[in-house]
Design a protein around this ligand. Sequence first.
Ligand SMILES: [Zn+2]
Length: 271
Amino acid sequence: MPEGDTVWNTARVLHRALAGATLTGSDFRVPQMAATDLTGWTVRESASRGKHLLLRLAAPEGRSDTRHWTLHSHLRMDGAWRAYTPGERWTARPAHLIRAVLRGTGAVAVGYHLHELALVPTAEEDSLVGHLGPDLLGPDWDPAEAVRRLAAHPEATIGEALLDQCNLAGVGNLYKCEVLFLRGVSPWTPVGAVPDLAGTVALAQRLLAANRGRWTQSTTGSLHRGGTSYVYSRRAQPCRRCGTAIRKEELGERVTYWCPVCQPPPDPSLP
Ligand SMILES: [Zn+2]
């Protein structure tokens, strides 16, 4: 599941494959960029902001009044970028899912099922990511600001508030469920009733940071199949702490997993 750590890892893959390279070709298979050709452009760096990928480019000298541009993409639930060596077969996903191809001299980056592909002046990146809250894996991570933004809507459920990228950027459904289990907080608890928001935010950051640099996401410390989470994707399986069957229900637009004993409801009328 692409969450902040996955996007951070993806940005690093793209950076290693293309940073410093002058592109020898490009191919965009989305209508709004079908005419875009980045041949001769230089890749400056690749960065992530929450779940957004920002590939920063320099246009060839004299080609454009604006020199620095950013190729933006969002992975949502199913997107991915992969780097291949030139001549290697592109086997990660079916070819019909390819949305972008960037050819460097030493590597080819292929973007599958990308969303929100856009080329914008780097100076205008904020038009795409300026609404985001502090980035849990960003160099400017600001936990106090994340707590402030969460606390500004005390009536929202903590389960939905942690997913709102305007509060803090990078938590997806997996980390949301796991953080709340580890804190013993029901996902239905109003933000205003969460005992220690700062501790919750700090734990979310630690869990994401611990998974940087690897593709298996684990919150338990185990990398074994079936052992990587406490509650996420474990419906009806026994809680690793108390043995109670893990529950799964819709909360807002997403499903949530929780242990009804370890995470008691804030109000008896709630799940
Ligand atoms: Zn339990």
